[in-house]
Design a protein around this ligand. Structure first.
Ligand code: PMP
Length: 377
């Protein structure tokens, strides 16, 4: 099999220590053997989320945690603010509608971030709003949102703040408690360095009060049930035992490196990618770019849909293309999770070869040189 390199915003390369944990023989989840793993996983999650609140784990992808956040805190007929500046912000609107919640949609031009002032204005104009749904890093555009300032505003109202950190967790700075974020949702297949399959929800006291009032239907994704069991280091249903054992290892790796150092590493690699793109006569799509994924604008005349295909077929390199309105117009590159300086050279080197083959005009090697300068700064 050809050597592969994953540079997508999930799934990501999984370190060998984590893969080994996945290969351990199964143990039963209701037996004492499992409890120390479950405890360690939950402690690890609290560290990665930077929270003292319970963090619930579901077997599911990130969207399951998004759905849980809507279904558990709201009631049909409630109103909630959503921000549509990309595909994942739109998902909050869709989920609200699915549960009979009326979304007040803030439409933001793709590539831009919603501002705290826009959220404040929407909250002032709609004082009955029960929740504000945000996306820390909008994976479809590469935009980072100032969740810290926005959640400070939301905290002064009766509404809860809900942050999609599915792609951001353990890559972009996020202080759940200090920033007063009521619910953070995340998934395993991003900077947590695990395979897909786990979805997480941190739940504040204010969110727990909202859960007690909520009348939306829920069963498997009941946060109240999961939190009650979590207090006894247990789960309502069969947990994804192997993934939880792997999570213990991945969370320890993050703790050993130090979460601030993990964020700094992502920032350093993200900056190198952005500087390399500019040096290759390309531009960064996002006005407020995240370090999670870099969306690179592809000039007219170059087929943006072909770039990921050539990278995959000739070089074994997987990146992401543009989604929806950005199809063919951007490529998205992520150095997420278990990534280091050499990964930047690998993906930029492969991009240099590919763009040259496609006839894009740029100085050969300039991207690699820019990356080298950024990484040695
Ligand atoms: N939100 C964001 C910001 C994401 O990047 C993703 C996955 N790309 C999701 C939600 C959905 O997660 P999943 O595909 O794991 O359901």
């Amino acid at each position: 099999m050809r050597k592969r390199h994953l540079f997508t915003p999930g799934p990501v390369d999984v370190p060998p220590e984590v893969l080994s944990a996945l290969a351990e023989p199964l143990i039963h989840h209701r037996a004492p053997d499992f409890i120390p793993y479950f405890k360690a996983a939950n402690e690890g999650l609290k560290y990665v989320f930077q929270t003292q609140n319970p963090v619930v784990t579901f077997a599911g992808s990130g969207t399951a945690a998004m759905e849980a956040a809507v279904a558990n805190t709201l009631s049909p007929g409630d109103r909630a603010i959503t921000v549509e500046g990309g595909k994942f912000g739109e998902r909050w609107t869709e989920l609200c509608k699915a549960y009979g919640v009326e979304p007040i949609v803030l439409k933001i031009e793709w590539g831009k971030a919603v501002t705290p002032e826009q959220i404040e204005e929407a909250l002032t104009g709609n004082p009955d709003v029960k929740a504000v749904f945000l996306t820390l890093t909008e994976t479809s555009t590469g935009v980072l949102t100032d969740v810290e300032s926005i959640c400070e505003i939301v905290a002064k109202t009766d509404a809860i703040s809900v942050v999609d950190a599915v792609s951001a967790l353990a890559a972009e700075k996020l202080l759940t408690d200090a920033w007063k974020v009521d619910i953070v949702v995340a998934g395993s297949q991003k900077a947590l360095m695990l395979p897909p399959g786990l979805a997480f929800c941190s739940v504040s006291a204010k969110a727990q009060a909202a859960i007690a009032r909520s009348k939306c239907p829920k069963y498997y994704l009941s946060l109240a049930k999961a939190i009650k069991k979590l207090e006894k280091d247990d789960t309502p249903y069969t947990p994804a035992v192997s993934l939880i054992r792997a999570l213990v290892v991945a969370a320890k790796m993050i703790r050993d490196e130090g979460i601030e150092n993990v964020w700094a590493r992502h920032a350093r690699l993200g900056r190198a990618l952005r500087e390399a793109a500019v040096a290759m006569n390309l531009s960064v799509f996002a006005q407020n770019p995240s370090n999670v994924v870099t969306a690179i604008r592809i000039p007219d005349g170059v087929d943006g849909e072909k770039i990921p295909k050539i990278l995959r077929d000739k070089h074994g390199v997987t990146i992401a293309g543009g989604q929806e309105q950005l199809k063919g117009k951007v490529i998205r590159i992520a150095t997420l999770g278990w990534a280091n300086d050499l990964d930047v050279f690998a993906v930029i080197g492969a991009l240099d070869l590919t763009l040259a083959e496609m006839g894009h005009k740029f100085e050969r090697g300039a991207g690699l040189a820019a990356a080298a300068r950024a990484l040695s700064a």
